[in-house]
Design a protein around this ligand. Structure first.
Ligand code: ADP
Length: 778
């Protein structure tokens, strides 16, 4: 069977612009050109067939023969719709390829004779393989291009005819019209598939390249952005550090500082070495920062800077008197001390330790010493220090290492001979981190402190020019070796009269000034201040008193500033408007006499104190219980008091088997811890006897003394502090051990005048004075 002779037919021609129709494609076309409309109309008149050929140039309105491709598609017009704007919308379906043989002269529309290009349907394995390759390439293309939807792929893969597959896929590609035309003109199917494959490959490469370029551009942008950002950050950091040129500039700057610092040669060498090391560090290295910090410390220390001493003893006396009322003994002692120091030139003697309750002026005396000597003053608080490193510093290998407090203090002082107050030396603790006391011992030892070595600083620093003064509330907590280095200077506390004078002469003027007031604006009188002392404070020192006075000043300032009044006068009557209701109104002496409750006197860290010891007797079988925080401390005393009472039961008119039929409960209220446990012995015995005999104890009596099994009264400590406390509490009579009589001379005159002191040597005398009526011997 030979090939059919190709059929020639006569058809109207419609030139397409920018568009190509393949056989078996169905699509809408909008037609506007007059010749085209005419061609369509003719087609409808004939057999609805028309040839669609692409123009090689889109822009030509009236194309000539040469502007129109020879090969096109013979198409069936399926629908025609006239749109309101005069154009026509047609639905066409491609039937087969056709090639123009010749143009027929026609003025109205293009008319041509067409040779049908029918397609040989051949299938063999090679074509199958080609089809598959084309499909898979098309899939790649879809993945890359995003212009074709994945649904298209599934529609396309259903096509079985190889020629049609090529046509449909081509119609989905965004190829140039010229290339699409080439596919159309390739009638032979194998060749068509191969061409398409070629195009697909090209397209894919282009797309891939495009993607790579996009990625590279994006990456480039990200990278430049990141670098830009980091660079800006670095600039900001450097600006913050003030080093424009990195470490080199910094090193120069430090060398200049070193020139001006005037440090000893050893220190200079060390600093130079460190600066050399620093210079080699990158500007941002952490180690560089550590070295820099160290160099800064070395440069800041007063290696050889000192202040000139003023050794005028007369002036020192004036300063001490200016700043403090009373305190004759401590002042005298301080002056002696200064005089000796002056004679021996170097401070090698013992160290002054000011001992006393809070608020008695220990800190302020030390400050005055500095002022009188014309030295800098530095206060270092040792309360709660439990780590040796706090005194002596951390080694530089620690992160965030710092010098200890001594070196820090010296840096703050800016001179190597300040007066350094080591506050609360008795409040240092000791634990596994090392013993701060032994480090302190080295600081205070004149044999060793010429070469004090701080772990951080590493170089020895000479502390021998520093004048150390220490403070403590109580001596018994100070470690023995430290105690041996120091000379104690006791400040026991003030009487009411002394407090009044301190308030009048020092505290009030100072607070008035501190609050921006004048003495004309704020007036008060002695009676009012006395009331503040008596009813708003109960302390050995004047710290609370100062706070109360500050409160009065603050409130007065407020009244004056608010414009209500020009001046404020505070009287005993309106005092509570400023300070609220009185806190300690009732004095012990005003309270009712009670059975089994006795005023004792204790000596505590914050000065003397009164404490009431209570005893209750109840039916039971002879248990002796002690309650309250101090129970343990006083157990032995209580036992002694109990035994004494038992042995004397008959004389006291107490049933001799009381201890078998009763339980006895001794309660010691909580409060400050007394330094001397046994001194409550006679107090407990009195309370016990009162409870057993049912005879009340006079509230205006307070007592202190240790008791023996036979009722002897033994001496105690802290009589002065205790009598001041008793006086504060409003007691009238104090029973004290006979052996303490010699201490009475230390007690301030005013207190001695207002209190009756009764020295006793036996319990009999105690009972005689304390019980409101004599025991009735049964
Ligand atoms: P301490 O160090 O003993 O706890 P401070 O030195 O801090 O006590 O004293 C508390 C306040 O009382 C300070 O303002 C101090 O000036 C003042 N003060 C204490 N005693 C006197 C005194 N004798 N004369 C004048 N002011 C005093």
């Amino acid at each position: 069977m030979g090939p059919n002779k190709p059929k020639i037919r006569r058809l109207p021609l419609l030139p397409l612009r920018g568009l190509l129709v393949y056989p078996s494609m169905v699509l809408h076309l909008d037609v506007g050109r007059e010749k085209s409309v005419k061609a369509l109309e003719q087609a409808m008149v004939d057999d609805e067939m028309i040839l669609l050929c692409s123009q090689s140039e889109i822009n030509i309105e009236e194309p000539q023969k040469d502007d129109i491709y020879q090969v096109g598609t013979i198409t069936k017009v399926k629908q025609m719709l006239k749109l309101p704007n005069g154009t026509i919308r047609v639905l066409v379906e491609g039937v087969m390829r056709g090639e123009i043989v010749e143009y027929i002269a026609n003025a109205e529309y293009y008319e041509v004779t067409v040779k049908e290009l029918s397609e040989q349907v051949t299938t063999d394995s090679e074509i199958d393989a080609l089809m598959r390759t084309v499909l898979s390439q098309f899939e790649h293309y879809i993945n890359l291009s995003k212009k074709v939807t994945p649904e298209t792929l599934s529609a396309v893969s259903d096509i079985e005819e190889p020629g049609r597959l090529a046509d449909v896929i081509t119609s989905h590609l965004s190829l140039k019209i010229k290339d699409k035309q080439e596919i159309l003109e390739t009638v032979e199917v194998r060749a068509r598939l191969e061409k398409l494959l070629n195009f697909l490959n090209n397209e894919r490469e282009v797309l891939e390249l495009e993607r790579k370029i996009n990625q590279r551009v994006k990456k480039q942008m990200e990278k430049t952005q990141k670098e830009y950002f980091l660079r800006e950050q670095m600039k900001a950091i450097q600006k913050e550090l003030g080093d424009k040129e990195g470490r080199a500039g910094e090193a120069e700057e430090l060398r200049t500082q070193l020139e001006e610092a005037g440090v000893p040669d050893k220190v200079r060498e060390k600093i130079e070495k460190e600066i050399d090391r620093l210079e080699k560090m990158p500007a941002t290295s952490a180690e560089g920062a550590v070295i820099r910090n160290y160099v800064d410390w070395l440069l800041a220390l007063p290696w050889s800077k000192r202040t000139e001493d003023d050794l005028d003893i007369k002036k020192a006396e004036d300063v001490l008197n200016d700043d403090h009322y009373g305190l004759e003994k401590p002042k005298e002692r301080v002056l002696e001390y200064l005089a000796v120091q002056r004679l021996v030139q170097k401070m090698k003697g013992p160290i002054l330790c000011l001992v006393g309750p809070p608020g008695v002026g220990k800190t302020s005396i030390a400050r005055s010493i500095a002022r009188s000597l014309n030295r800098k003053f530095i206060r270092i608080s040792l309360g709660g220090v439990r780590d040796e490193a706090e005194i002596r510093g951390h080694r530089r290998t620690y992160v965030g290492a710092m010098p200890g407090r001594i070196i820090q203090g010296l840096k703050n002082a800016g001179s190597n001979n300040p007066v350094m107050l080591l506050d609360e030396i008795d409040k240092m603790a000791m634990d596994f981190r090392g013993d701060p006391a032994s480090a302190l011992l080295e600081v205070l030892d004149p044999e060793q402190n010429g070469t004090f070595s701080d772990h951080y600083i590493e170089l020895p620093f000479d502390l021998s020019n520093v004048m150390f003064v220490t403070t403590a509330n109580a001596v018994h907590n100070i470690p023995r070796p430290l105690l041996d280095r120091m000379e104690m200077l006791y400040i026991p506390g003030y009487t009411e009269i002394e407090k009044l004078q301190i308030a009048l002469r020092y505290l009030l003027p100072k607070q008035i000034k501190d609050h921006g007031l004048t003495e004309e604006q704020m007036r008060t009188d002695e009676a009012t201040l006395m009331k503040v002392i008596r009813e708003y404070t109960r302390e050995a020192g004047v710290r609370n008193l100062e706070q109360q006075i500050a409160t009065i000043c603050r409130k007065s300032a407020k009244v004056i500033v608010s414009g209500d009044q020009q001046t404020v006068t505070i009287t005993a009557d309106n005092l509570k408007e400023y300070l609220g209701p009185a806190k300690f109104r009732v004095s012990l002496a005003d309270q009712e006499d009670q059975v089994g409750a006795v005023n004792g006197l204790a000596w505590t860290e914050v000065g003397g104190d009164t404490l009431v010891i209570e005893v209750t007797v109840m039916p039971g079988n002879g248990k002796l219980t002690l309650t309250g925080k101090l129970g343990d401390v006083m157990k032995e005393s209580a036992q002694a008091a109990f035994s004494y009472t038992r042995s004397k039961a008959e004389q006291l008119g107490i049933a001799s088997d009381f201890h078998e039929k009763n339980d006895i409960h001794i309660h010691i209220p909580e409060g400050a811890i007394p330094k001397d446990g046994p001194s409550a012995g006679i107090t407990m015995a009195t309370a016990l006897i009162s409870a057993l005999t049912n005879i009340p104890v006079s509230k205006s009596v307070a007592m202190t003394g240790e008791i023996t099994l036979r009722g002897r009264v033994l001496p105690i400590g802290g009589l002065k502090e205790k009598s001041l406390a008793a006086h504060r509490a409003g007691v009238k009579k104090i029973l004290l051990p006979k052996d303490n009589e010699k201490d009475l001379q230390e007690i301030p005159e005013t207190v001695r005048q207002e209190l009756t002191f009764v020295p006793v040597h036996h319990m009999d005398q105690v009972l005689e004075h304390a019980l409101v009526r004599p025991v009735s011997i049964g």
